[in-house]
Design a protein around this ligand. Structure first.
Ligand code: FEO
Length: 400
């Protein structure tokens, strides 16, 4: 890829990562990739805003050199210290050892501990401005979007916001950088939602605060460090983030996420019967076999939907392990206060039911049904479903 001009003397310089299987070692990106965006401002002082990962360092530095002589870079703004944006820093320092880093006090600590950067680090305060020539940079502290040190950089004269992870998304750039050039914005928005939930979700209350802080500022362009640069309609990505950050304590979709795991098909039979019964009540149901769907996508569904139905057997004195894995991640992501139900097969041990009850209490899930059946579901078990589905659908619709 080649650098792209964002505005006069402001350039996008970035890389698509299509090689990594997982982002953060957890979240699948092999299929759709992810972009890591960095920006260069040429002025009396030359500035780079955020870097790239160590894995992509060679190609990133080569691209940077097309825009700026690295020995003439004055400042490197480190909005966020996670290594997808800082991994290239040691390679950069080998070429440009005198650059001055700008970041929050917390970023300075992280820079020292991750990269042994102890010199030339200038701490900037929330709201502080830095004149770099004809342009002014203003820094906004936005902690926990998505680490505690995070800030956003605003180019005052051009009204361009560079907020790093905030307003970012998965999905490699499809040959174009801007929202108005992208043929499939809904795909990029879906990947932005998955990114938000997988990466920022735990800290969504902080994301909400960041949006409230940043959006009174005039925004002509939102240029995050993952995904598209939004110049035609920056409000579109802001609104998506606003909506996503409102799900934990606002109205969720009147729909159901049904997660099932099954060893020999007994629980699957029940799961499909539950699916039909709930659908008969007019509620959309998204169904995930945990063994064929990555947790990344299941969490994305859980985030949006009010209803959760877990179908999983007892396995070796525990709830089925792959379902437990998804529920543990949902706990980390603070997916709380849902309308829920559990069904599962058991043989000689029936521990899962108790574990689900404990989990639901911790997560403030309203567990409307907690039901186990011995072995294969019988007609008497399945006959319970229409009444359950009616009760469940009514509760999902009534939930605030
Ligand atoms: Fe894109 Fe939190 O790093």
């Amino acid at each position: 890829m080649q650098p792209r001009k964002i505005a006069d003397d402001i350039y996008w310089v970035g890389v698509n990562d299509r090689e990594s299987e997982l982002f953060e070692g957890l979240w699948p990106i092999k299929e759709y990739g992810v972009s890591i965006n960095s920006y260069v401002l040429l002025d009396e002082k030359n500035v780079i805003i955020d870097l790239s990962s160590e894995l992509m360092s060679d190609r990133y530095i080569e691209m940077l050199k097309q825009i700026v002589d690295l020995k003439k870079v004055d400042y490197v703004v480190l909005n966020h210290m996670e290594p997808d944006h800082t991994g290239a820093v040691l390679d950069l320092l080998r070429i440009a050892p005198d650059v001055i880093f700008l970041g929050t006090a917390k970023a300075r600590d992280i820079a020292a501990n991750f990269y042994d950067i102890r010199e030339n680090f200038q701490v900037v305060e929330d709201g502080e401005e830095l004149k770099i020539g004809k342009r002014t940079l203003r820094f906004y502290s936005i902690p926990f979007v998505h680490w505690p040190e995070t800030m956003a950089t605003y180019v005052v004269e051009d009204q361009i916001l560079m907020p790093c992870d905030a307003f970012g998304g998965f999905g490699a750039l499809p040959g174009v950088n801007f929202d108005d050039q992208c043929e499939d914005l809904s795909f990029m928005e879906n990947e932005a939602a998955r990114y938000f939930i997988n990466i920022v979700g735990t800290h969504s209350a902080n994301a909400k605060k960041a949006i409230e802080k940043l959006t009174p500022v005039p925004l002509k362009i939102v240029a995050p460090s993952h995904g598209l640069v939004w110049r035609e309609n920056p409000g579109r990505i802001v609104e998506l983030y606003r909506k996503l950050s409102s799900y934990p304590d606002g109205k969720r979709e009147k729909a159901v996420t049904l997660i099932y795991g099954s060893m020999y098909g007994n629980t699957r039979i029940f799961a499909e019967s539950v699916m039909q019964a709930v659908a008969d009540q007019g509620l959309p149901v998204e169904v995930f076999d945990v063994n064929n769907n990555h947790a990344s996508y299941i969490l994305t569904s859980l985030w949006h939907n009010e209803g959760v139905i877990i179908c999983a057997p007892t396995y070796e004195g525990s709830l089925f392990p792959t379902v437990t894995h998804v529920l543990n991640l949902a706990k980390i992501k603070k997916i709380q206060s849902r309308t829920a139900a559990y069904f599962g097969s058991y043989a000689w041990g029936s521990v899962a039911k108790k574990q689900v009850e404990t989990y639901a209490a911790e997560q403030k899930w309203n567990l409307l049904e907690n039901y186990q059946f011995y072995g294969r579901p019988k007609a008497a078990d399945l006959d319970l479903l229409p009444a359950f589905a009616k009760k469940f659908a009514d509760a999902v619709r009534a939930a605030e």
